[in-house]
Design a protein around this ligand. Structure first.
Ligand code: DC
Length: 216
């Protein structure tokens, strides 16, 4: 199969991660959750005792972090100064600060560079907020997965996770650098009334229509 990059963007708890993982299994490629990298950087900022609301201090702190990322067994593995942040990525303190940290342009520049390098050598599916608009704007394979706010809140609640997703979405959509928005050439799928299988099948139909061969 030729090299491909699939961008899946959308607001928090819209179902992007589940769709991306299913699709990666079908296409036998890695799946990169870019939000994990933003969360890992946020964890590093908090560990350094830096105020996430101070953009200059955040920029300095993130520049000083050693962020190593690679795909291992099909998913993203991150190290922050040599430590595995995985167990802390969904902590309420990280969730509460990640949108502030991600709004700092210097942070986005560093993380966008890391995300692009992950897609430079092998095919992958990457999900996030600005993958189709900023990270891989040239890829023809772009999706924007949406769902109503109440359904997204229900889904997060069912995952048992405390998440200020309404305020995160507001901050992620209104920031000046790389805000969450629909790429002009993205296929929009509203998953409010759809199950996971239906969303995956709409994505697969569209990819096939675009000429990408997707195994059953
Ligand atoms: O996908 P997630 O909810 O775990 O992402 C956490 C935060 O990371 C999100 O609220 C904003 C930020 N993010 C971003 O700014 N750009 C991305 N491509 C992915 C995530």
């Amino acid at each position: 199969m030729p090299f491909f990059l699939i961008a899946i963007d959308g607001p928090a708890a819209s179902g992007k991660s589940s769709v991306s993982r299913r699709l990666a299994a079908r296409l036998n490629c890695a799946c990169v959750n870019s939000g994990s990298l933003y969360r890992a950087a946020t964890w590093g900022v908090l560990q350094a005792g830096v105020d996430p609301a101070d953009p200059e201090a955040v920029a300095t702190a993130v520049s000083a972090l050693r962020l190593d990322s690679e795909t291992v067994d099909g998913s993203l593995q991150i190290r922050v100064n040599g430590l595995d942040p995985e167990a802390y990525l969904r902590d309420p303190a990280v969730a509460a600060s990640v949108s502030k940290v991600s709004s700092v342009p210097a942070v986005r520049e560093i993380l966008t560079g890391i995300l692009r390098s992950l897609g430079s050598s092998s095919s992958l599916i990457m999900e996030g907020r600005d993958i189709g608009t900023v990270v891989f704007p040239a890829t023809p394979f772009k999706f924007y997965i949406d769902a109503s706010e109440s359904v997204r809140l229900q889904r997060r609640h069912a995952q048992g996770e405390a998440d200020s997703l309404v305020s995160r979405d507001r901050q992620d959509s209104t920031r000046r650098t790389a805000p969450l928005r629909i790429a002009e050439d993205a296929k929009v799928i509203d998953s409010t009334h759809l199950g996971l299988d239906e969303v995956v099948s709409q994505v697969v139909d569209h990819l096939r229509h675009q000429g990408l061969s997707v195994p059953e």
